[in-house]
Design a binder for this molecule. Structure first.
Ligand code: NAD
Length: 267
């Protein structure tokens, strides 16, 4: 059992999808949660209420738009004014698919800002405090597309490969912080394959259209192309892994990129 009582986690993009399920897993273990994302007041309030019901002593919403390069550092500073950050999960991310020759430059830059630059700024602001306390976890939600490429995803693949590389640098710089007893400071990536959330709906819809609008057939088509298990993941499974990484027992697991992809990157 991982006991996170007295700890605080900032999970970016935690109003829905994978981020919300990671926040729920950490809340169930007793962590206070800095909830973040683009959401209206009612959605943000509902997420905070769910997380308190799950076991968080407190959940507070922060609404910074991470497409602004200054916003990520400001987000961490505002959370730090509330509580020290023990666990930082860089999860907020966006996708846009188009052939490289047709990808607008502003879309490339927006994806890089949200998926990569924001994680640089949050790590820069949060890691020194983790090192001073001897315990810290950075869990960056990359993707199979941080390990292998697919067509029509130039900015997304660039951002996720960047996230994997940058996480290794941070892991090395903080590897000696803390001790086995305190839990150390680790930096890792989780690399999901197809996971059923809003971000993949446009891709499911495009495949479903090839099968007369049959959504299940569209999902099966996507899976058969790349994911040998032929099963999608559900977001709570990513949450369970993030919780395990947060346990002090994982003090020597750092600089890794862990695929949760049904064998996609084993091929
Ligand atoms: P999602 O679309 O449900 O969630 C994305 C989150 O990012 C939302 O909470 C949203 O509020 C936040 N966000 C988007 N733009 C933002 C902005 N400008 N500023 C601040 N927050 C912003 O999708 P998800 O699947 O839960 O995605 C979470 C992460 O998982 C992403 O980084 C994504 O790349 C990664 N991922 C998802 C899959 C998958 O199949 N679902 C696979 C691999 C990796």
């Amino acid at each position: 059992m991982t006991d996170l009582a007295g700890k605080c986690a900032l999970v970016t993009g935690s109003v829905q999808g994978i981020g919300l399920e990671i926040a729920r897993a950490l809340a169930e273990a007793g962590a206070a949660i800095a909830v973040h994302g683009l959401a209206d007041g009612a959605t943000a309030e509902a997420a905070c209420a769910e997380l308190v019901a799950a076991g968080a002593p407190e959940a507070r919403f922060f609404g910074h738009d991470l497409s602004d390069p200054e916003a990520a550092g400001a987000l961490v500073r505002e959370v730090l004014a509330w509580r020290p950050i023990d666990i930082l999960v860089n999860n907020a991310g966006i996708q846009h698919t188009a052939p490289l020759a047709e990808m607008p430059l502003e879309v490339f830059e927006r994806i890089l800002s949200i998926n990569l630059t924001a994680a640089f700024a949050t790590m820069q602001a949060a890691l020194p405090g983790m090192a001073a306390r001897g315990y810290g976890r950075v869990i960056n939600i990359a993707s199979v597309h941080g390990l292998v490429a697919s067509v029509n995803k130039a900015p997304y693949v660039a951002s996720k490969f960047g996230l994997v590389g940058m996480s290794r640098v941070a892991a090395l710089e903080y590897a000696a912080a803390g001790s086995r007893e305190s839990g150390g400071v680790t930096v890792n990536c989780i690399c999901p394959g197809w996971t059923e959330t809003a971000i993949i709906e446009p891709q499911i819809a495009a495949r479903a259209a090839l099968h007369g609008g049959d959504r299940a057939a569209g999902v099966a088509d996507l899976l058969s192309e790349k994911q040998p298990s032929r099963r999608t993941s559900v977001a709570a499974e990513i949450g369970a892994l993030a919780l395990w990484l947060s346990n002090p027992i994982a003090h020597n697991l750092t600089g890794a990129s862990i695929p949760v992809d049904g064998g996609w990157t084993a091929q």
